[in-house]
Design a protein around this ligand. Structure first.
Ligand code: ZN
Length: 290
């Protein structure tokens, strides 16, 4: 009887130690899975996105219409239509989580867009725009990544236009251009892999678009775009065509063409994703560098 009683006491005390241990182990497993904490070979933890997050940014919106087409169309509407189609086609891939800086006709301040991507541990940030020029004949596709110095005068002028806003009340919500310290941001970017990878991303999107659409390839360029500054992941801004060119405006307004453009941007992102097999990690003080 005493022996049975003692055996039971031992079993209960053993279980009492074991159960909290198991519960703690389950708790640690669930929490670490939820936040994606992974321990590297050197034993130091680093944060890794649980899925490959792509942030799609439809340029302009709300009071900021962007460029105007000669037929009266607004850049913000074209950008949004294409962005929604990119999101739709990317969402077919289960390992990709798609987020949009805007999914309707609202204005989002430029600096908030990159911050949104940073806060969501995005692997990729793509800003979609339609181009404009004083020459009616200007046409074709070009893709940009962030740089303090523009590739050429045209690229610099375009960055000035894209960094500007249409109405004074919208302007009041934005930092002035001289408040945006792109040099500091660029310094941060060059310390990470992100800046180099932004050029790879831009090449991938530009190549895919030009191959599918057969339009003039204006190339991959660099310019100080405010919307790209502050993004701590590979980031690019694509100008999908000239809304200021009557023929291109018509093309940009066609739902069929928009779908073709969106599929090409999607392919460019997927091709880029393949080059970064383990996905993107935010490189910060606590992160492993490799
Ligand atoms: Zn624009």
């Amino acid at each position: 009887m005493i022996l049975t009683y003692m055996a039971q006491v031992i079993r209960i005390s053993f279980m009492r130690r074991l159960i909290p241990g198991i519960l703690i182990a389950i708790f640690v497993f669930v929490v670490s899975s939820a936040y994606g904490f992974v321990v590297g070979p050197d034993g130091r933890p680093y944060a890794e996105p649980v899925s490959y997050v792509v942030v799609i940014d439809a340029g302009h919106g709300g009071d900021d219409s962007g460029a105007m087409g000669r037929g009266g169309s607004q850049e913000k509407a074209v950008n949004l239509a294409v962005a929604l189609k990119v999101a739709e086609s990317l969402r077919k891939h289960q390992d990709i989580k798609v987020l949009m800086t805007r999914s309707d006709d609202t204005f989002v301040p430029l600096h908030d867009r990159a911050v949104f991507a940073n806060n969501n541990n995005a692997a990729v940030f793509i800003s979609i725009h339609s181009n404009a020029a004083t020459s009616k004949k200007a046409n074709g596709i070009e893709t940009f990544f962030l740089s303090v110095d523009a590739t050429d005068d045209e690229a610099r002028d375009l960055a000035v236009i894209e960094n500007a806003v249409v109405t004074p009340d919208v302007a009041a919500t934005l930092p002035r251009n001289d408040d945006i310290d792109i040099k500091d941001i660029l310094y941060d970017l060059t310390r990470t892999e992100a800046h180099h990878e932004s050029s790879v991303l831009a090449e991938s999107v530009q190549g895919s678009l030009c191959a599918a659409l057969g339009k003039e390839n204006r190339g991959v360029k660099q310019a100080p775009f405010a919307v790209l500054s502050g993004a701590m992941m590979p980031a690019a801004l694509v100008e999908i065509g000239f809304i200021s060119n009557a023929a291109e405006e018509k093309r940009l307004l066609s739902a069929k063409e928009q779908a073709k453009i969106a599929d090409s941007i999607t392919k460019g992102i997927l091709d880029f994703k393949k080059t970064t097999s383990r996905g993107w990690r935010i490189v910060n003080k606590t992160a492993r560098k490799d």
